[in-house]
Design a protein around this ligand. Structure first.
Ligand SMILES: Nc1ncnc2c1ncn2[C@@H]1O[C@H](COP(=O)(O)OP(=O)(O)O)[C@@H](O)[C@H]1O
Ligand SMILES: [Mg+2]
Length: 262
């Protein structure tokens, strides 16, 4: 089965990218989709959120510089069907060292190509740093689909516009002409305010058919889970956050036919 690469990007920090990358990956894995979570943020929040210790030399830093392969960096997690390409601090150096180097935008694409071709993972989910630097641009160059994590907040549309312009730039520059907007995940939905509901409606009007029906509620359990090195399904399987990410995974499986035979 062909692998599909999804990148979860947004130049803003604190919008729920990592929470979504981790728990969407875990929910896909739980539903039987072999999933590789790629931690591309030097802060390594996704790595620790799935309970993996940071370890020097474990990240994509080497492979991005053409040293070693990405395949050999993959580690299993405590969860069935969920694998990780870890991050650690040295990845921050890649951001600086790669800038302007030969073919620097295509480095991740090249590094992930053998993994993609191996067909071992049906879904590859990349967690991006909170900037539009070299690493995030590499993820846009490598991905089949961009998934945007968007916080239900005032001026959400402005941030969205910025990401979409960047998507167009990547496509038009010929870096990744087939990159598509896969969908928008609305995060930190606050049921007590009208603002959240209004923001979701606005984004739906702006991007018909792209916003996932599964909206992620703001809940303390989702923010607690990573400090225990656990996904929401291991930490509190019956919580609203769990249901939301399970239902998102169901939509993602259907939208991208992750369980079809082709
Ligand atoms: N739905 C949510 N409800 C409550 N807290 C959340 C939710 N999603 C994320 N958080 C918390 O908000 C902070 C930022 O989320 P994170 O996923 O790390 O964002 P990003 O990766 O975009 O910087 C973290 O402390 C996280 O635990
Ligand atoms: Mg993050």
């Amino acid at each position: 089965m062909r692998s599909l690469i999804f990148t979860i990007a947004n130049q803003k920090g604190g919008v729920g990218k990592t929470t979504t990358a981790v728990n969407l990956s875990a929910a896909l894995a739980e539903k039987g989709v072999r999933t590789l979570l790629v931690d591309l943020d030097p802060q390594a929040n996704a790595t620790s959120a799935v309970g993996i210790e940071k370890r020097e030399g474990a990240s994509l830093y080497g492979p991005l510089r053409g040293e070693g392969t990405a395949l050999e960096k993959i580690v299993p997690t405590a969860y069935n069907n969920l694998f990780l390409l870890p991050s650690e601090e040295d990845l921050a150096a890649a951001e600086i060292e790669l800038a302007g180097a030969e073919g620097y935008l295509g480095r991740l694409k090249t590094a992930l190509a053998p993994i993609k071709e191996s067909g071992k993972y049906r879904a590859i989910v990349i967690d991006c740093p909170p900037s539009l630097g070299v690493l995030s641009m590499n993820s846009l160059a490598a991905a089949d689909f961009l998934l945007i994590a968007l916080q239900c907040e005032y001026l959400a549309l402005e941030g969205l516009g910025q990401i979409l312009r960047n998507l167009e730039r990547i496509k038009q520059a010929g870096v990744n002409p087939t990159l598509e907007l896969g969908g928008v995940v609305m995060t930190m939905y606050d049921v007590r305010t009208n603002l959240s509901r209004q923001v979701v409606e606005e984004v739906k009007q702006h991007l018909p058919g792209k916003v996932f029906d599964s909206v992620i509620p703001r809940t303390i359990r989702l923010s607690e889970a990573p400090s225990f090195g656990k996904t929401i399904f291991a930490y509190d399987p019956l919580s609203p956050g769990s249901s939301a990410y399970r239902s998102l995974a169901k939509e993602v499986i259907a939208r991208f036919q992750l369980k079809s035979a082709s």
